[in-house]
Design a protein around this ligand. Structure first.
Ligand code: WT7
Length: 646
């Protein structure tokens, strides 16, 4: 019997065009395989070679050291991450190149060249120093998607302060918890932020949190929404007033490779958020190199990533990866549906974006709105698409491929985590044949595998625990304030890095992520990953989104309860319910046929778009014990789901 059964059948393969491959950094599968083999035979040599492309103030003494389970990269080396992302690019002659194109929700966009970015970062860095911020101090950043956000992060990096960005959609309680855990001394926030044309009172939220955060000495407030706020005398200062008086240049601190760069709390679909710690050189190198090759970056690319910088995707692939490559980034402030559900497509058209990186949840939500929206826009500038955050079901992949990429653009399905710092498993667009729904192959230097409960290697297409067997430069270094938890969460079970995901490897060595291991359902003796059943449901023409959870069943032990959101134009009916249950039975097998199927208008998701199955599980069980629902995008939907329970 298999540890986890795989039921998804997907046989399509798509090859990169000759034209794409010819110009790519990695040009064919043989080149990938050869380089990959070399990189895992001697990862230290591979990474040392790549590290030479960064500017170092002092070269490292040793590439990698295992300090009793805590991994250190490039010890003895000194550099500055901000210098590498900005000054180094200016010095290379690209000072006049656009670094950041900021698209506000309403109004005119604004562009910062690398030179201008350097000046803004330096001015804020000088302000921080003047406020007494020193190397190793934690600076909390609670800002919306405005240029001040990357500027604040880079200014911290420049002087060696540790930034901790809190997603601006989070409540004051979430902010308070994170400030208290990190003992931040300074908060950088804004008066308010815009979303769907409405003002969100960021500063009011911050004030509420600060009542219980005595560690915060000062607050810097960026003016964005012009909403009335109160400023606490002696504690709060306006950003624009402070930088007005600041010098245009600020020297970059020389920092040891293993000094802390940032803390980022995981979005956490379960339990208490963990403060993931990343350090300087290894993180930067990993973000730099993965961005370069996975996005196959060229000098004239316009790269648009829709993630919020409050998540790791924004840290690594809006800020550090793209800037260290001297790329041009489009950063969007607001909602994907403002004023209409074509906003992303309009932004691509307006800025002639060549690379577009988003999440499956956004793809499904926009596909639900109908094809007329992308069809009205000129998307011909695109040459590469990416996804991240969840398994992408083959049907959403196909829609993305046909409607957005016009069958022309490779799709990189990038698997990684807050903890991994950067992409670990992904196609390389000029080299890897694509299979819809598979994240394909490990990146250079990454040794990934799938294990059974007893630690033995799972067979071909047998699901199990996804693990990473050797360290990589971008890996987390610890959990802030909790090194024991770092060891027990990630290394206790198998002695190698445990990702928490379930996956299988097919006959060609392709990785298929099956969802979180906690979401595996055991039905009549078979273990089934949530992603595969959901994928089957979404492949039905009426379904926009689906989530499955287990509920107790007298005979089977556990049975499957499905929640289904329909596409526009389809009516909820008993007939359709039966059709959907049978559809699963037909496409993946009777074992996966949902016993119950509830139609829903929406699913409970984290602010980063991940479905919170533990809440759905409570609903399915008829329990009111939802646990913490604070991180939900819309807590109101829980009661509606419970009311409609079958
Ligand atoms: C979890 C990490 C990595 C940036 C955003 C999320 C899931 C992520 C994929 C993918 C299937 C994926 C995993 C992972 N995930 N990318 N391409 N295919 N699943 O960061 O909040 O730390 O979440 O997201 O379950 O463990 P995060």
């Amino acid at each position: 019997m298999k540890f986890i059964d795989s039921i998804l059948k997907e046989g399509r393969t798509f090859y990169p065009s000759h034209e794409f491959s010819r110009r790519a950094h990695i040009k064919n599968f043989q080149e990938y395989s050869r380089l990959y083999k070399k990189s895992v035979e001697n990862p230290e040599a591979f990474w040392a070679e790549k590290a030479k492309q960064l500017d170092w103030f002092r070269k490292w003494d040793i590439v990698l050291r295992n300090d009793m389970g805590f991994f250190k990269w490039f010890e003895g080396g000194y550099l500055n991450v901000c210098h590498n992302c900005v000054d180094r690019i200016v010095k290379s002659g690209k000072g006049k190149k656009a670094a950041l194109i900021w698209e506000p929700e309403s109004g005119e966009h604004k562009t910062y060249t690398y030179e201008e970015l350097l000046k803004e970062v330096c001015r804020l860095a000088n302000v921080l120093r003047k406020l007494g911020i020193k190397k190793g101090d934690v600076v909390e950043i609670y800002l919306p998607m405005i240029p001040e956000l990357p500027i604040a992060m880079l200014a911290c990096a420049r002087i060696g302060a540790i930034h901790s960005v809190v997603f601006a959609g989070f409540s004051s309680d979430a902010l308070k918890d994170r400030i208290q855990d990190s003992s931040a001394v300074l908060l950088i926030t804004a008066d308010g932020s815009f979303r769907n044309g409405k003002v969100f009172p960021l500063k009011d939220n911050a004030d509420a949190a600060l009542k219980e955060c005595p560690s915060i000495k000062n607050v810097i407030v960026a003016k964005r929404a012009n909403n009335g706020i109160s400023m606490s005398d002696g504690r709060d200062f306006w950003w624009h007033e402070l930088v007005n008086d600041a010098e245009d240049f600020c020297g970059a601190e020389s920092l040891h490779s293993e000094e802390s760069l940032f803390i980022l709390y995981t979005s956490g679909t379960t339990g208490k958020p963990k403060g993931i710690l990343h350090t300087q050189a290894g993180y930067l190198l990993f973000a730099y190199q993965t961005f370069k090759w996975v996005f196959d970056i060229r000098d004239n690319d316009i790269y648009f990533c829709t993630a919020d910088i409050g998540w790791i995707t924004g840290h690594s692939y809006i800020v550090y990866g793209p800037l260290s490559n001297g790329a041009t980034i489009v950063m969007y402030e607001g909602s994907p549906t403002f004023p209409n559900p074509d906003r992303f497509w309009r932004i691509i058209e307006k800025h002639k974006a060549t690379i577009f990186y988003t999440a499956p949840t956004a793809i499904r939500a926009l596909a639900k709105e109908g094809d007329e929206w992308p069809n009205k826009c000129n998307l011909s500038s695109l040459r590469l698409l990416g996804t991240v955050g969840e398994p992408i079901n083959p049907e959403a992949w196909m829609w993305y491929h046909e409607m957005i990429g016009k069958k022309r653009c490779p799709i990189v399905d990038t698997w990684w985590q807050t903890e991994t710092g950067g992409i670990l498993i992904s196609p390389l667009p000029g080299a890897t044949p694509l299979k819809p729904g598979s994240a394909a192959k490990p990146f250079f230097g990454i040794v990934a595998d799938v294990l059974r409960e007893d630690g033995s290697k799972a067979g071909i297409n047998e699901g199990g625990y996804l693990v990473i067997k050797t360290p990589w430069p971008g890996m987390l270094r610890t959990i802030w304030n909790n090194p024991e938890k770092y060891k027990s969460t990630y290394f206790e079970k198998f002695g190698v890095y445990l990702t928490g995901d379930s996956a299988r490897i097919d006959e060609e060595g392709y990785f298929w992520i099956m969802g979180r291991i906690d979401d595996v359902i055991k039905v009549a003796g078979h273990r089934i990953g949530s992603a595969e059943v959901e994928s089957s449901l979404v492949s039905h023409r009426a379904v926009a989104e689906a989530a499955i959870v287990p509920y107790p069943h007298d005979i089977k032990g556990q049975a499957i309860y499905a929640f289904v959101v329909l596409k526009k134009g389809f009516e909820k009916s008993d007939g359709l319910r039966e059709e959907l249950r049978n559809h699963v039975s037909k496409t993946v097998g009777p074992i996966a046929k949902p016993d119950k199927l509830q139609f829903a208008d929406d699913l409970p998701k984290t602010r980063s778009g991940k479905i919170m199955r533990r809440i759905l599980k409570a609903v399915a069980e008829g329990s009111r014990d939802y646990g913490n629902i604070m991180t939900l995008a819309d807590p109101g939907i829980v009661e509606i789901l419970a009311k409609d329970r079958i």
